[in-house]
Design a protein around this ligand. Structure first.
Ligand code: NAP
Length: 320
């Protein structure tokens, strides 16, 4: 995109998952002429999901990539502009804010950060090979495919317990594999999962390999106390060892909590006026496409209100 040095955007949205695209749809319809920095892997987590059965409006479900494609087309219909690059850094100390992508330097009067979070993986080659073929990081998205089957969940935190609880209602058996002998999850969740007759715990154990040909047939495990290696036959593996917010480019610029999530000071506001947030990048609880979309809508309204309150510079005359 060719742009003059002096050009100042009204609104730049960073991220193109449900939060960023919904913000774009609302902002574009509100005449804010948004520019979305979509990232090189546009579309967010839903692009690596198959059937989405819980997004309202699709009675027979929808494929994750198709849903994101539709949202993007809807944003484009109202003339949202897109850049398919990642943001490298931002300077939020100056106004207008400065956003550096891999190839451009942009100036903007407001920002919506909607860069989402990424599931953490075990980082085994075999795990990556079987993603979408028995390895998943989202029970709500993919659990249905394992109805009546045996699955393993790895992790010992709240996410792992939520995943195990969800899967216990669908699967014949759920085996929770945890690297220590005590769970990190909140007690109530631990008790809930431990009360399920079809959930079994395998303690002090790590997964060293995911086994299978076309799809997952088992996992190779190692006891961390004895070093003993064995195999467990399972049809699926749910990796639930935490999520990481995509906020690396914001360090030192915006208030982040100890886990790297953006600190929200009220609905979609951050500690810097003019910088708003939507979706999983500030939400480690709900993490649903529909909640992210709702947050994107709120952020667009909040930007509109913010821009109305400040005096917009005419093009080329510098900051706010
Ligand atoms: P978490 O609390 O950081 O727990 C991650 C779990 O995965 C830990 O048990 C950890 O083991 C294990 N783990 C990490 N890396 C591993 C590896 N490489 N191999 C094997 N195991 C590994 O993450 P989370 O459960 O996603 O929760 C994140 C935050 O979201 C928490 O603040 C949580 O309270 C919140 N949350 C809340 C809810 C809710 O319902 N309220 C639901 C989900 C998440 P160790 O225990 O040995 O470190």
């Amino acid at each position: 995109m060719n742009r003059s040095q002096d050009e100042v955007e009204k609104l730049v949205i960073v991220g193109s998952g449900p939060a960023g695209l919904t913000a774009a749809i609302y902002a574009a319809r509100g005449n804010l002429n948004p520019l979305v920095i979509a990232g090189r892997e546009a579309g967010g987590q839903l692009t690596s999901t198959t059937d989405v059965d819980d997004f309202p409006g699709f009675e027979n479900g929808v494929q994750g990539p198709e849903l994101m494609g539709k949202m993007r087309k809807q944003a484009e219909r109202f003339n949202t502009r897109f850049i398919s690059e990642d943001v490298v850094s931002v300077d939020l100390k100056q106004k207008p804010f400065v956003v550096l992508t891999e190839r451009s330097s942009l100036r903007t009067n407001s920002l919506i950060i909607a860069t989402g979070a990424s599931a953490q993986w075990l980082n085994l080659d075999s795990e990556q090979k079987f993603r979408g073929k028995g390895v998943s990081a989202c029970a709500v998205c993919d659990g249905f495919f394992f109805k009546g089957k045996v699955v393993a969940v790895v992790g010992g935190g709240d996410t792992a317990m939520r995943e195990a609880n969800y899967l216990s209602k669908l699967c014949q058996q759920v085996i929770v594999i945890h690297r220590r002998d005590a769970l990190r999850a909140q007690p109530a969740l631990q008790e809930l999962v431990k009360s399920k007759s079809n959930v079994e715990f395998v303690w002090n154990t790590e997964i060293t390999e995911v086994l299978g040909q076309e799809k997952v047939t088992g996992v190779k495990i190692r006891n961390t106390q004895t070093g003993q290696i064995s195999e467990l036959a399972v049809d699926g593996l749910f990796v639930a060892i935490g999520h990481e917010p995509n906020t690396g480019f914001l360090k030192g610029e915006l208030a982040l909590d100890e886990k790297g999530y953006i600190v929200v000071t009220g609905e979609t506001k951050t500690n810097i006026p003019g910088v708003f947030v939507a979706g999983d990048v500030a939400d480690h609880k709900y993490r649903q496409a529909v909640t992210a979309a709702g947050a994107g809508c709120k952020a667009a309204f909040d930007v509109e209100e913010y821009l109305e309150k400040i005096e917009l510079p005419t093009e080329g005359n510098g900051g706010v």
